[in-house]
Design a protein around this ligand. Structure first.
Ligand SMILES: O=P(O)(O)OC[C@H]1O[C@H](O[C@H]2O[C@H](CO)[C@@H](O)[C@H](O)[C@H]2O)[C@H](O)[C@@H](O)[C@@H]1O
Length: 245
């Protein structure tokens, strides 16, 4: 960690209530070919547990995954706030009406995706995701995502990510989720960790005195950066020490 980041961490760690919110894939878990195999990096479960046990610290997992998928895949268990589907799953499962719209979208996209070897459709609570990580030719994968993006119903919300494009049937995002958490919990400061395009909504929702940490390369609105999930574990452990656990 840079001295700047260590100093910023120490400053925010003194505030209460403190919200520690994190994205999952690419932050708490390394990116892998099979989304169901994305387990937490070594040390993540322990560090989050220590943080959540500290007085006045609330840990939130804010993911593009559906909450059920996130809980199943991560195996994480704890007194955490679970926010899924890029903020659309905030208070629990979504309504049937949204699911009908999502299912119609999945039916329309299925033949388009089936034309490209290695491409995969993921039907999620509030969206349908087209994954191209396993398409052998990256240009072919990118062309598929471009085709999906340009032919989609304009009322859908586009959620681009790493080798994936999601079309969502709600306009919730990680920024709106963070603002809701902040208001509900009355937090004095927030930390947000993210690695992908949709995490930029989260970084932009931060306020003065908060701490945004981008994981990996790429443009970002976050003020700080660490390299990878292993570095995230080091950061979370340091934070746990600072908040008294
Ligand atoms: O917001 P996140 O918690 O980062 O979730 C974003 C998406 O993560 C998953 O896809 C990404 O991770 C996969 C596993 O490492 C990888 O194979 C894929 O290429 C990535 O895009 C998940 O499958 C999506 O549903 C999430 O929206």
């Amino acid at each position: 960690m840079t001295p700047d980041l260590s100093a910023a961490l120490a400053e925010v760690a003194a505030r209460r209530p403190l919200l520690v919110a994190s994205d999952y894939d690419g932050v708490l878990a390394e990116l892998v070919d099979d989304p169901s195999a994305a387990v937490p990096a070594r040390g993540v479960a322990e560090a989050l547990g220590r943080l959540a046990a500290a007085d006045g610290v609330i840990v939130a997992l804010v993911s593009g995954r559906g909450v059920a998928d996130l809980q199943r895949t991560s195996g994480l268990i704890g007194p955490y706030r679970w926010v899924g589907s890029h903020g659309a799953e905030f208070d629990g499962p979504l309504t049937g009406e949204l699911a009908d719209r999502r299912d119609a979208l999945a039916r329309a996209l299925a033949p388009v995706v089936a034309e490209v070897a290695g491409a995969r459709l993921e039907v999620k609570p509030a969206s349908v995701a087209v994954h191209v990580r396993q398409v052998p030719d990256a240009q072919v994968g990118a062309a598929l995502l471009e085709r999906v993006a340009t032919t989609a119903d304009p009322s859908l919300t586009h959620k681009p990510g790493k080798n994936v494009l999601e079309l969502a049937v709600t306009d919730a995002d990680k920024g709106s989720a963070l603002r809701r958490l902040r208001t509900e919990l009355g937090v004095a400061a927030a930390i947000y960790l993210g690695d992908d395009v949709t995490d930029e909504d989260g970084f932009r929702a931060l306020e003065p005195g908060d701490l945004g940490i981008k994981v990996g390369d790429g443009e970002t609105a976050a003020a700080h950066r660490v390299a990878d999930p292993a570095a995230v574990v080091v950061l979370l452990e340091e934070l746990a020490g600072l908040v008294g656990r």
